[in-house]
Design a protein around this ligand. Structure first.
Ligand code: NDP
Length: 276
């Protein structure tokens, strides 16, 4: 059989772990495939999508800043991509349509919400950040019947914009986070604050409930300074690596019809790459 080609598109993209993740599974399941990294500009998005139509590329992962921008170039969007307006997985269907799906929603549910909801429901959530990933977080919470969601974002207008898409949202101002954080059972950091070589989140969340759960979507570093601070306070924290792995698992399934195993070897491989 012919070698398959997959890739991730984004900008910046050099630090992505997706090639390591998918190559690990290609090897495990004896799939003859490559997984590359592309940094297109807005103008070559169309070109990359035409390679899917021509069967030169079997699948694409999409990351920042293209999750919304890619949509006009696709024949259709389905499932959670339709609900969120955010695409992270592209493939060619049986009728030769180039299709966009979203596996981030599944990633969030499988990585965090499943475990948290095992313990209790009826929880109040605060989402910090209204960028590209926020609709997937909101929709994952909705799908898990967590509908008490407060959104805060530095640029307030972006919160108001998201409320049009998700009327269930309550909007608060970024400046109030410190004062209101004690009200929530789950706090999700969807900002880029804390990313390696970026600014840190300076809000210390000191008034957080003692049984609250803190989810940081950042996985590089694995422990942001906020995670370290909250761990010292005895708060249960989650980093972004599990979401990365689970969204990748579903993309892999969409492309290869195999639900690949997540095991300790894979997690160590990814963690070791983050230490480099
Ligand atoms: P975007 O660039 O679309 O959004 C960035 C967000 O960060 C915006 O809400 C922005 O606020 C906020 N922000 C940036 N700088 C500051 C600052 N100095 N002060 C306050 N807020 C700030 O990114 P995404 O939504 O795509 O991703 C957000 C984070 O989630 C990233 O760190 C990314 O790595 C992570 N992520 C992790 C995934 C995983 O699999 N674990 C998947 C997807 C994302 P404003 O609107 O005011 O600019």
């Amino acid at each position: 059989m012919k070698k398959k080609h997959f890739c991730i598109i984004g900008s910046p993209i050099s630090h992505t772990l997706s090639p390591i993740l998918h190559k690990f599974w290609f090897k495990k399941y004896n799939i003859d495939a490559e997984y590359g990294v592309e940094e297109p500009n807005d103008k070559n998005l169309k070109n990359i999508i035409s390679k899917v139509r021509e069967k030169k590329i079997s699948g694409i992962n999409v990351t920042l800043p293209f999750k919304q921008k890619i949509i006009p170039h696709l024949d259709k969007i389905i499932n959670d991509a339709k609900e969120t307006g955010s695409v992270n997985t592209v493939f060619l269907d049986r009728d030769d349509n180039v299709v966009g799906d979203n596996t981030d929603v599944f990633g969030i549910q499988a990585a965090y919400l499943k475990e948290i909801l095992n313990e209790s429901n009826n929880l109040r959530t605060m989402i910090m950040g209204a960028g590209g990933v926020a609709p997937s977080v909101i929709f994952a919470l909705n799908k898990s019947n967590l509908n008490d969601i407060t959104l805060v974002n530095r640029t307030h207008e972006k919160s108001l914009f998201l409320k049009k898409q998700f009327p269930v949202l309550k909007i608060e101002r970024w400046e109030n986070v410190q004062d209101i954080c004690h009200k929530f059972d789950i706090i999700v950091n969807c900002t880029s604050l804390g990313l390696k070589e970026e600014k840190d989140l300076t809000i210390k969340l000191n008034k957080i409930k003692e049984n609250a759960k803190y989810i940081d979507l950042i996985y590089n570093p694995l422990n942001t300074s906020t995670i370290l601070h909250l761990k010292k306070m005895g708060i249960k924290t989650f980093n972004g690596l599990d979401m990365l792995i689970y969204q990748g698992q579903k993309s892999f399934f969409i492309w290869n019809k195999i639900s690949p195993e997540i095991n300790d070897d894979l997690i160590s491989l990814l963690e070791n790459n983050l230490k480099k």
